[in-house]
Design a protein around this ligand. Structure first.
Ligand code: F6P
Length: 320
């Protein structure tokens, strides 16, 4: 293992820079040359890269985003794109490629692995936490804490105006962010795509809260549920309380990574370099029950990560 490439792909996540920094420094420690492709898979297709050494990754540990930039690249999803990308890996005489990204980037890594012998290892980095094979992705903890800070502020005005707030959080099609944010924010209702939407049940809950003296409520809804506006209208019409909507949006994607996100980034990078030094590719690194491990790209792409419904039930009990 003499030369590797690094690419950050898909939605950016706080901690990606911590991962880049750890990968580069561990590579330098093992006398491995490193290049960083710019703008995700687009950079691999265009063979657009920069050399990375220990000094190139100084001062980035605490920065959100990715110094390599990222993109969502549709050309890469074509056979021609995959073949072109494979050729560029070999043109640079790469022995390994580390892909830092979410569920879509891991799927892309798996497809690319079918076109090249270059050892590919993926680090799961996404605020969505929807990657099969890891209990937690790089960036998830930071996004949850960012959301909590914003929700604490919203709760002030909700209490002052005795309003119900519907707060939409990210997660594309999954509810991992909504569940953890809702539980830790003390939300009265948490709505996720994985559980059938029941508007009447939400209305009954808000009515009951009003009866027991809760003059304001917080509803956390995952963007994938797609009912934010219609739910607000239904509650105002049927319960008679003032409802406001707050879409947290892209604040969840930025900010300085928490210690937890930095720890995952650094330990995942260590596992990735260990795998590559052992000549192993086609893997995605992850943490399972506290242990940093890896599973095959194929296994990760062939399974859907289950949502922890028990946390939803706990949140409901704690919100009485
Ligand atoms: O995958 C991370 C994520 O933030 C999702 O939660 C969200 O739905 C999506 O990216 C937004 O995509 P984009 O940044 O391309 O608008």
């Amino acid at each position: 293992m003499q030369k590797i490439g690094i690419v950050t792909s898909g939605g950016d996540a706080p901690g990606m820079n911590a991962a880049i920094r750890a990968l580069v420094r561990l590579s330098v420690w093992n006398n491995i040359e490193v290049i960083g492709f710019l703008r995700g898979w687009e950079g691999v297709l265009q063979n657009n890269f920069i050399p990375l050494n220990a000094r190139a990754v100084s001062g980035i540990l605490h920065l959100g985003g990715t110094i390599l930039k990222t993109s969502r690249c549709s050309e890469f999803k074509t056979r021609d794109g995959l073949e072109k990308a494979a050729k560029n890996l070999e043109k640079n005489s790469l022995d390994g490629l580390v892909v830092i990204g979410g569920e879509g980037s891991i799927r892309g890594s798996y497809e690319l692995s079918k076109f090249t012998d270059v050892k590919i290892v993926a680090l799961p980095a996404s605020i969505d936490n929807d990657v099969y094979g890891t209990d937690e992705t790089i960036g998830f903890d930071t996004a949850v804490n960012t959301a909590l800070t914003e929700i604490n502020k919203i709760r002030d005005t909700a209490i002052s105006h005795e309003r119900t707030f519907i707060i939409e959080v990210m997660g594309r099609k999954r509810g991992f962010l909504a569940v953890e944010i809702g539980l830790t924010a003390g939300a009265e209702v948490i709505l996720v795509p994985e559980v059938e939407y029941n508007e009447d049940a939400v209305i009954e809950t808000i009515k009951k809260n009003a009866r027991i003296g809760k003059s304001s409520s917080i509803i956390i809804i995952a963007e994938g549920v797609g009912k934010t506006t219609s739910l607000a209208e239904a509650i105002e019409k049927n319960v008679g309380v003032e409802v406001r909507i707050s879409v947290l949006g892209y604040v969840q994607r930025g900010g300085s990574p928490t210690a937890r996100s930095r720890l995952l980034a650094s330990t995942f990078a260590e596992k990735a370099i260990e795998l590559l030094l052992d000549g192993k590719g086609g893997r995605v690194v992850g943490i399972q029950k506290g242990e940093v491990t890896s599973i095959s790209l194929e296994e990760s792409c062939s399974n859907v990560k289950p949502l922890n419904i028990e946390l939803l039930k706990l949140a409901e009990k704690l919100a009485i």
